[in-house]
Design a protein around this ligand. Structure first.
Ligand code: NI
Length: 186
C-alpha cells in the first residue's frame, strides 16, 4: 500500500474525462483502490476519485460518516465504498445548496447546488454490479465524485460565484455570508 500524490486544482488531469475500467477485478485496479483508501484515510477526506491521484479511470471511493447523515431514507452512514464505472441518475426536484470541499482544492469550501436524490449503478471492488439510491450528504458525495470522472471540479458548479472561500473564514462568517447570498439587493 502507498499514499498517493494528490493532484491540486490547476493540474490538467483534473479537467480530463476518465476512461471506463475494462476489468474491475484486475489486480492493478484492486491495488489502486487499496492505495486510494490509504490516501483518503491519510487525508481525512470522505471521497477520492482516481483522477485526483493522476489515474484517468472511472472509479472512486467514498464514505459517509454518521455525523453527516440526517437519518432520512437512503441517508445512512456508509463504510468505505468503491464504485467502478458509475452510472448516475439524478432524480427530479429542486437542487439544494450546501458547503462542499475537495482534497484537490485544499483549504477552500464552496456553496454547491446538488440534486437531493440520486440512483447510482456501478461495480464494486469484488466485481459485482450494484445499485443504490442516496439522498442528503450521501447523494452529494456521489455527485461530487462522479463529477471528477468528467473533469468537473465543484467551483464550476457554483450558482453564486462569490460563495467560495477559505474554510475557516466560511465557518466563522457562515451566517453573514449566507445572508449576502440570499439578499437579492447585494
Ligand atoms: Ni473532490
Amino acid at each position: 500500500m502507498a499514499i498517493l500524490k494528490l493532484a491540486r486544482m490547476g493540474h490538467p488531469v483534473l479537467l480530463a474525462r476518465a476512461a471506463p475500467v475494462d476489468d474491475p477485478t484486475a489486480p492493478e485496479i484492486l491495488r489502486l483502490l487499496a492505495d486510494m483508501a490509504e490516501t483518503l484515510d491519510d487525508s481525512g477526506g470522505v471521497g477520492l476519485a482516481a483522477p485526483q491521484v493522476h489515474v484517468l479511470l472511472r472509479l472512486f471511493i467514498y464514505k459517509v460518516p454518521e455525523r453527516r447523515t440526517t437519518g432520512a431514507d437512503d441517508d445512512s452512514p456508509q463504510g468505505l465504498t468503491a464504485v467502478i464505472n458509475p452510472d448516475l441518475i439524478l432524480h427530479e426536484g429542486d437542487p439544494v445548496e450546501d458547503w462542499e470541499g475537495c482534497l484537490s482544492i485544499p483549504g477552500l469550501t464552496g456553496l454547491v447546488p446538488r440534486a437531493t436524490r440520486v440512483s447510482l449503478r456501478g461495480v464494486n471492488a469484488s466485481g459485482a454490479s450494484f445499485t443504490r439510491t442516496a439522498t442528503g450528504f450521501h447523494a452529494r458525495v456521489i455527485q461530487h465524485e462522479t463529477d471528477h470522472l468528467d473533469g468537473i471540479l465543484y467551483p464550476a458548479r457554483l450558482r453564486d460565484a462569490r460563495m467560495i472561500g477559505f474554510s475557516d473564514e466560511i465557518i466563522r462568517f457562515r451566517d453573514d455570508i449566507m445572508a449576502i447570498h440570499h439578499d437579492p439587493t447585494i
